[in-house]
Design a binder for this molecule. Structure first.
Ligand SMILES: [Fe+2]
Ligand SMILES: [Fe+2]
Length: 500
């Protein structure tokens, strides 16, 4: 099916969000400007708090735009209007109260924009409502800010007109607005962005996909289905790719089944492309969507039940926030790259596996069980080391050779052989990692062979010892083979990506 997210309603909302973000930046610079211009410490303190909330709300707006997943351009006329407002605020001819009045008008505009988006979301679809849910906080705070600004405006106005202090009742009004703000906004779950960790962001995406599946399966209108599937396709794909860039590499050292999770993500992305080839009016379409939902749900459960606890246990709150920032940045970049709002999905790079730098274990040299190769060599090292550490004297008696004059050297060597075995075991656990150990192993094993062969040729060493040299040489060759086929697979993957 030819899916484009050129649904005008969705794009209109995206544009409104872009406008809100631009206006939020103006509000922040106004807060700062007014703080510099007002002497009254009480009012300045209130403005400082407002500034902090406005900055947090800018972050929330950013999050909302990314969760929403449709990019909207800022209209030139809006950009111009905001620039005019900004220069008006900087105009020295305006009195303070006139500037506060301008600021209050802008706050009003921002509040109305936020409320309108909410109403529009109810019309467009539940997934949109879910994506923009954190906007509630922004709207609520803006309404409270308006009340505070009205109070400040009256206090400043009375001063300018009469040179006297206003009635204390006016301050009470400002205080009331602040009290309402802290009481209610404090209970909003996603009140500030700094409380939003990577898990919150992932959960928001996961529940948005649930909603989209429900909308698709519950609708009989092909136009609607197309629109919802377009959104689902984009959301899930970008979510999965962003996880592969940020989340999975971070948890890999703490969760041993990370590869499985990545394979599941790839599988879901491949299924998305399969389902996309069906026409929504095809009787099989919904069966395919159900299969996709099943696979997606299984993966989400796996992630929420395993990755989430791993993140909770191994990363500090700060690190989780940092990961959330990186995840948002990755999503935003992917959204930009794919520019879904303008480009038909059929022209968009469909790869998922290929987007990752790391080639899959299964896609390289299926004939050789590399994991087993490294683990076997680890065991050989351990067994060899233990035998020579414990039974060196008897072996020498058996071979009829001289006992060692300095057994400590031999013990050091076999101690190292044992330790290098641990390195090979690590490589075997995840063959995509620790390739420098493999390189070190190639050097070590080749030099062992060279030294042993040299002394065997000279006749100063019993040929029995060359057995371990030959084993080492064989594995050195295998290791070289491993590294070259690994990098070949990676190059092929990258070339394929470039070609597409
Ligand atoms: Fe996820
Ligand atoms: Fe995932």
């Amino acid at each position: 099916m030819a899916i484009t997210i050129d649904d005008t309603k969705r794009i209109a909302i995206a544009m409104q969000l872009a406008e809100m973000k631009a206006l939020q930046n103006v509000l922040i610079s106004n807060d700062q400007l007014l703080m510099g211009a007002i002497d009254d410490t009480k009012i300045r303190q209130r403005l400082q708090e407002m500034l902090e909330q406005d900055q947090q709300n800018l972050d929330i707006l950013d999050t909302v735009m990314i969760q929403y997943g449709v990019q909207g351009e800022l209209k030139e006329s809006v950009r111009q209007r905001l620039a005019d407002t900004q220069s008006l605020m900087e105009d020295s001819k305006l009195t303070l109260s006139e500037k506060v009045l301008q600021h209050e008008l802008l706050k009003h505009q921002q509040t109305m924009a936020g409320l309108t988006i909410h109403k529009a979301a109810q019309v467009v679809g539940a997934d949109v409502e879910a994506a923009i849910a954190p906007l509630h906080t922004v709207n609520f705070e803006n309404r409270a800010h308006q009340e505070q600004l009205k109070g400040m405006l009256e206090i400043l106005g009375v001063r300018e007109l009469t040179g006297q202090e206003a009635d204390q009742g006016l301050w009470a009004r400002v205080e009331d607005a602040i009290a309402a703000l802290t009481g209610v906004a404090g209970s909003v779950v996603t009140r500030t962005d700094d409380e939003m960790s990577i898990r919150d962001l992932l959960l928001m995406d996961h529940s948005k996909s649930d909603i989209l599946f429900a909308e698709i399966l519950g609708s009989d209108d092909p136009q609607k289905i197309q629109e919802y599937f377009g959104q689902l396709y984009q959301d899930v794909k970008i979510h999965g790719l962003a996880e592969e860039q940020v989340l999975y590499p971070a948890v890999r050292p703490y969760y041993k089944y990370t590869e499985e999770i990545i394979d599941q993500t790839d599988h879901v992305i491949e299924m998305l492309d399969e389902v996309r080839s069906f026409d929504p009016s095809d009787p099989d379409f919904k069966t395919q969507v159900k299969r996709l939902r099943q696979a997606t749900r299984e993966h989400i459960d796996h992630e929420e039940n395993n990755i989430f606890p791993t993140v909770r246990e191994n990363f500090s709150h700060e690190q989780q926030k940092q990961m959330a920032t990186e995840f948002k940045a990755a999503k935003s970049k992917l959204q930009d790259q794919q520019n879904f709002s303008a480009v038909p999905l059929s022209q968009v790079n469909q790869s998922s596996r290929r987007d990752r730098e790391k080639p899959q274990v299964s896609s390289m040299n299926n004939s050789i069980p590399w994991k087993l190769v490294f683990q076997t060599k680890a065991v050989i090292n351990w067994v060899e080391a233990v035998i020579f550490l414990v039974a060196d004297r008897w072996i020498r008696e058996l071979l009829n050779t001289e006992p060692l004059a300095n057994p400590e050297y031999s013990q050091m060597v076999y101690g190292l052989v044992f330790i290098i075995g641990i390195g090979y075991w690590w490589v075997g656990r995840d063959i995509s990692q620790n390739h420098d150990i493999v390189r070190l192993g190639i050097l070590a094993q080749s030099s062992v062979f060279a030294v042993l062969a040299y002394h065997t040729l000279l006749g100063s060493l019993h040929p029995f010892y060359l057995i371990s040299g030959v084993i080492d040489l064989t594995f050195a060759i295998l290791f070289i083979w491993f590294l070259s086929s690994y990098s070949r697979t990676r190059e092929t993957a990258q070339t394929r990506q470039v070609l597409e």
